[in-house]
Design a binder for this molecule. Sequence first.
Ligand SMILES: NC(=O)c1ccc[n+]([C@@H]2O[C@H](COP(=O)([O-])OP(=O)(O)OC[C@H]3O[C@@H](n4cnc5c(N)ncnc54)[C@H](OP(=O)(O)O)[C@@H]3O)[C@@H](O)[C@H]2O)c1
Length: 208
Amino acid sequence: MRVLVIGANGAIGKQVVQKLKDTEHEPVAMVRDSDQVAYFEDFGAKTVVADLEQNFEKAFDEIDAVIFAAGSGGHTGADKTIIIDQEGAIESTDLAKKFGVQRFMIVSSMGAGNPKEAKQIKHYQYAKHRADEHLKQSGLNYTILRPGGLTNETGTGKVNLQEHISERGTIPREDVAATLVHLLNNSRAENQVFDLLEGETPIENVLD
Ligand SMILES: NC(=O)c1ccc[n+]([C@@H]2O[C@H](COP(=O)([O-])OP(=O)(O)OC[C@H]3O[C@@H](n4cnc5c(N)ncnc54)[C@H](OP(=O)(O)O)[C@@H]3O)[C@@H](O)[C@H]2O)c1
């Protein structure tokens, strides 16, 4: 499949693009700055320069699947959370439908299923929740992945992937990227929502 990675220049996005290059799929890295293109071209990945805050329709041309890993980040205000994590994801879902995309995966956040219970960054969990609900109702073949706290540790290749995990925890970004790539073609991940933490199950065996 030709896979549009939105947020490709991010910590998870970069690893998703790299890992997709090692599969039968063809990643297209969506970046918002032309200075970010060379990084991907160096290992032969295609790019499209487009910004979620502008018209980004062109990015969906001849795309079969989308992995949305963009986010406004913790350093911006609540306005950017709404504009990127919520509205950017919702518009991406709508464009995927418009362009006949088959599959849509999104990096959400643990806790986004129940934003009323959030003790911190409540607006962020509401934004993620709204985007997830829109995707669920879109009719697209979706997977919503809700990782716990992200770290920059090297991935262990082992995770805890379940519909709901009660305890809090962390997971290396590399393992989130590997899980996304592994679940892209897994029929058991279709139209499902998962929490994700570091764990004991090899990523290649999740949902077996
Ligand atoms: N931090 C946590 O503990 C945690 C926990 C659970 C889930 N998450 C979620 O995980 C996801 C990925 O995390 P990460 O660490 O990989 O994030 P990241 O490194 O901050 O990457 C986010 C990417 O989104 C891109 N982006 C922002 N605004 C954009 C726009 N207007 N148009 C196009 N792209 C835009 C950024 O582009 P630039 O590179 O140009 O800035 C960046 O590449 C986020 O959705 C985050 O909310 C985070």
